[in-house]
Design a protein around this ligand. Structure first.
Ligand SMILES: C[S@@+](CC[C@H](N)C(=O)[O-])C[C@H]1O[C@@H](n2cnc3c(N)ncnc32)[C@H](O)[C@@H]1O
Length: 296
């Protein structure tokens, strides 16, 4: 039997109101399915997350149980498209421009400025930064603005590439659009907001000379082969992403970062994340109250 992906939302409003309950067996099967696809590990304590986030989707598809949904995800001709929906629903995309100012100040003083000083000596200085798990683009744009602030007009001489990637196609589309509402600016210095953003319908749009340093793509960090297409980096930012992975997936992803980084390059994790027990191939570097990791 082939299950249709057409939605029943307009024809069966009652279905939308029902939240599908998930049995323990279904929870384990669905959790393992998600883990295999993208490395996100949902703890048993967060079973409610599946019911809350996917109940409505089951209703839209006219499905009664999570077993029906799993069957669709495994066998339906439209399963690849539906998998993107799963990624949208299972990910947490919380982010903002200039998120964690203290850590960014530490990064600027202890990593960015020395790196720029080193590169400046070259006839054609370059800098590649990879923002892995960039959500809707606020982190890569923050880094691009920081570079404009550091380099000023001299930036024209530089070859700078900031590559943002995320599992969720919806947030990547938002990143490419570069238009943000007030919430995204909650930690952004007012002067930066005025200097690099202009009002458009729906919010403030990032300036073209900032966007020009960035590019965005949908990419699954669980896909070791696809990761090889990312340009080699001087710095990898992966903040507030590996908290959603178990240790095996953390090791796999950090191994990919190691491969991607130039010798002596830096990995920047979220302020509460650590490589302790995950990798000994990096040297911790203290950057004003935060820690970054240097590839040995
Ligand atoms: C909480 S956001 C962090 C955004 C940004 N790095 C920051 O700190 O503001 C986590 C992001 O990681 C992405 N993510 C989770 N698993 C992923 C995977 N397997 N591959 C790529 N991105 C993933 C999610 O889609 C989400 O947008």
């Amino acid at each position: 039997m082939s299950l249709s992906l057409s939605t029943t939302s307009s024809s069966s409003p009652l279905l939308l109101r029902r939240t599908a309950a998930i049995t323990d067996d279904e929870f384990r099967e669905f959790r393992d399915f998600i883990y295999t696809k993208c490395g996100i590990w949902v703890d048993e304590k967060r079973k409610y997350l599946f019911e809350n986030r996917f109940g409505k989707r089951l209703g839209e598809l006219g499905l009664k149980t999570f077993s029906d949904y799993l069957r669709l995800l495994r066998h339906d001709p439209g399963r690849e498209k539906e998998l993107q929906q799963v990624f949208e629903l299972v990910t947490t995309n919380e982010t903002s421009l200039y998120r964690d100012l203290k850590q960014l100040d530490g990064f600027k003083a202890h990593i960015l400025q020395p790196l720029l000083a080193e590169q400046r000596k070259s006839a054609r200085p370059e800098l590649n930064i990879w923002s892995a798990g960039c959500s809707s683009g606020e982190e890569p744009y923050t880094l691009a603005i920081m570079l404009h602030e550091e380099l000023g007009p001299d930036i024209k001489r530089w070859n700078i590439r900031i590559t943002g990637c995320d599992l969720s196609p919806a947030v990547v589309a938002k990143a490419k659009a570069g238009v943000y509402a007030d919430y995204a600016f909650k930690t952004t210095p007012e002067i930066i907001k005025k200097k690099y953003f202009t009002p458009v319908p729906g919010g403030l749009k990032v300036a073209p000379h900032v966007a020009a340093l960035t590019s965005f793509m949908t990419l699954n960090l669980n896909d070791t082969l696809a990761i090889k297409r990312i340009p080699k980096s001087h710095v990898v930012f992966c903040r507030n992403v590996i908290i959603y992975f178990d240790d095996a997936m953390k090791k796999k992803v950090v191994g990919s970062f190691y491969e991607n980084l130039a010798p002596g390059g830096f990995l920047v994790l979220g302020h509460s994340e650590t490589l302790h027990k995950i990798s000994s191939a990096f040297r911790p570097k203290f950057i004003s109250g935060a820690v970054a990791y240097q590839r040995i």
